[in-house]
Design a protein around this ligand. Sequence first.
Ligand SMILES: Nc1nc2c(c(=O)[nH]1)N[C@H]1C(S)=C(S)[C@@H](COP(=O)(O)O)O[C@H]1N2
Ligand SMILES: [Mo]
Length: 262
Amino acid sequence: MSRFILSRRTFLTTSAAGIAGVALSGCDQFDSVLRTGHPVRDFMMGANDVTMGAQRALLGREALAKEFSESEIRQGQRPNGSTDPNSEEYLALRANDFADYALLVDGLVEVPARYSLAELRNMPSRTQITRHDCVEGWSCIAKWTGVPLAHILDEVGVRSNARYCVFHCFDSLGGGFSRGPYYESVDMLDARHPQTILAYGLNDEALPVANGAPLRVRIERQLGYKMAKYIRRIEVVDNFAQIHGGNGGYWEDRGYEWYAGI
Ligand SMILES: Nc1nc2c(c(=O)[nH]1)N[C@H]1C(S)=C(S)[C@@H](COP(=O)(O)O)O[C@H]1N2
Ligand SMILES: [Mo]
């Protein structure tokens, strides 16, 4: 985490200097936004929201992660974290090649739904070659194929008060100080980002168990730990205070940043 925390701190220092500079230069337009109590200022100054707000303001909300060519794929996607879930439920699905798997999508949606792997594979698909950056300090370029999460959200109909998608996984980890189920969450901007896909394919093959079979999410503008593998359920919520440790993810409950933008 140190690299990320450092860059976040550096960014905060430099952006604070930038804001001060703008205010001193007497630019009315910015000055009004920076007024105490202005919603934009309050949002930007909210502890964990600062990098998110600032990065999106700078790069644009829909900016795409870099995509690579086939020749830049140098190795298989390095498996990390859980690589072989052993819950009874998962082992039973795996034994049958996930023929009985169904993704549950529920929460703040008009029509909760279940999708088999065959149904997911029949939906519009997107293939992208992207670089996966793990907080531990390694990267891998790989080709991912899956259904855009936006497509699923449109099918189930997201309610107007929905703010986050929570990904619930089949596996548990013993990392940090306590064992618990892996889960993650993103806001609706990342959920609907054009490169956010529920991937069932990796490098032109079915997604291997080590990399999250049968379904894992790609969140290409964030670090690897956001990209939940072994997804069993997507819950649409307006807050995640009551979910597990309340911080929006397995690693977040153990001290990592919720927004891991890169
Ligand atoms: N369910 C689940 N998802 C997970 C993890 C995990 O342990 N369990 N590890 C995360 C981390 S830290 C990384 S870097 C990536 C690794 O994905 P890969 O195994 O395909 O390389 O998955 C992420 N998603
Ligand atoms: Mo990671």
